[in-house]
Design a protein around this ligand. Structure first.
Ligand code: ADP
Ligand code: MG
Length: 418
């Protein structure tokens, strides 16, 4: 079914433009599917190389591909990279000047623009819709597609309007991509996008080299220091729930002769950049951060990720622990767990709407059961993402130290029902 001449030309472009000599995983099949005008749904872990699945066919097609993305930072990142590769890619959002805006429109209408990045908020604007209707659009890519689902951990209401808008622009092939689709979220995405017919590409979420471990939070500060000292000279991330806790732990590590810097959204942009670079350049070993840290950060040799506070969902936990051992070598994932943290997290949800609160509680309960159950951690994680693992992994705390588990307490359930 694959046209050999197309196959060769895609490989050439991969080398010429991106500098890669080989496709990874399903990339090539996905690209062919898109070029054949068939809807595709791509579910692959972070770092698998999803962007290339729409960037390359966009470059190879006539006209402009629309890329819908939830964050300006993510769009900018890709636009800069594409431009550095000599590809005409631009974004459309409210920060553009009049001149920039008309350049985007001109390049789209004359077909020289290959990738148009846009947030769903901008897509719904009347004037943008009008010009997109006149343009030659090759296909639509919906990145971070889990934002569509209320069941996901990052729901964006505007994402639910995307289908209607696409239909308004024309009859276009769609590729939806995400790194976090539980079976429920996956179904929700397909239904909302009316993509039940889509070709699904799903790769395993198993990260074989990651060691998962959970410890009771008593004495956590001492344990934390000891743990990091035992991993001297290695790069690691410590996640905390609040900015205040980030500052406190960074300080604690520093007075204990561990080179660490804080990272959270309360720091000014320059400090954040500086601290991030210091970590990437290995001027410091440890970055202590809120979940604001990590998206799009590509450091392959992070050796440990510690959750000093429990995360809000298993999706978040998987994403954050996933930053360890990207190079396939050692990666240790340690979480300190206490019921007090769960109660704290639950309090954050007080002001939310009923639906949002129910969803948040549901995600949290999955987290609680993961932390409390004495069975193979990897099996639990994978089953959460809809994968079945037959045997115990033999490489997590529950598999290796089965005696040190703690019991589910009734008070947890009571606290969450309050
Ligand atoms: P995702 O969106 O799935 O999290 P990205 O698209 O950001 O992943 O890609 C992650 C990294 O993998 C990037 O640095 C990208 O350049 C690299 N990458 C993608 N495809 C390939 C390939 N075929 N060969 C080598 N590196 C690749
Ligand atoms: Mg991505």
């Amino acid at each position: 079914q694959l046209d050999p001449s197309v196959q060769i030309s895609l490989k050439e472009k991969l080398k010429e433009i991106f500098g890669f000599s080989q496709f990874r995983g399903d990339q090539e099949a996905i690209i062919h599917n898109i070029l054949a005008g068939v809807n595709s749904f791509v579910i692959m872990p972070t770092g698998a190389g999803k962007s290339l699945c729409y960037q390359l066919p966009a470059i190879s097609s006539e006209g402009t591909a629309i890329v819908i993305s939830p964050l300006i930072a993510l769009m900018k990142n890709q636009v800069d990279q594409m431009n550095a590769f000599g590809v005409n890619a631009q974004f459309l959002n409210s920060t553009l000047s009049k001149a920039e805006m008309s350049k985007v429109k001109k390049d789209t209408l004359n077909g020289s623009l290959k990738l148009l990045y846009i947030a769903p908020e901008s897509l719904t604007k009347e004037e943008n819709l009008d010009f997109l209707k006149k343009a030659n659009i090759s296909f639509v890519a919906i990145d971070e597609a889990h934002c569509i689902s209320e069941w996901g951990h990052d729901f964006r209401p505007e994402y639910r309007k995307i289908r209607g808008i696409i239909d308004n622009i024309g009859n276009l092939p769609v590729i939806a991509l995400t790194a976090t689709a539980t079976p429920k979220v996956q179904m929700d995405i397909q239904k909302n996008l009316q993509m039940e017919d889509a070709h699904i590409y799903k790769t395993s979420f198993n990260r074989k080299n990651l060691y998962y471990e959970i410890r009771p939070k008593a004495d956590a500060k001492k344990q934390l220091i000891r743990y990091i000292k035992n991993n001297k000279g290695k790069s690691g991330i410590v996640y905390c729930l609040s900015r205040k806790m980030v500052e406190e732990i960074a300080e604690l590590l520093n007075v204990n002769d561990i080179k660490a810097l804080p990272y959270h959204a309360g720091l000014d942009a320059q400090t954040r950049m500086h601290n991030q670079d210091a970590f990437l350049n290995e001027d410091v070993d440890v970055v202590v951060a809120t979940i604001a840290f990590g998206m799009g950060i590509d450091k392959p040799d992070v050796r440990f990720v510690i959750h000093y506070d429990a995360p809000k969902s298993l999706e978040g936990y998987y994403q954050e622990t996933g930053r360890a051992g990207r190079d396939g070598l050692e990666g240790n994932c340690l979480m300190f767990y206490s019921i007090d943290d769960i109660v704290k997290l639950e309090k954050f949800n007080k002001d939310k709407s009923v639906t949002e609160r129910d969803n948040a509680k549901h995600l949290l309960m999955e987290m609680v059961s993961y932390a409390n159950l004495g069975v193979c951690r990897r099996r639990q994680l994978l089953s959460y993402f809809g994968e079945y693992q037959e045997k115990d992994c033999g490489f997590c705390d529950n598999c290796m130290k089965p005696t040190e588990k703690f019991k589910v307490q009734d008070e947890i359930v009571l606290a969450l029902q309050a």
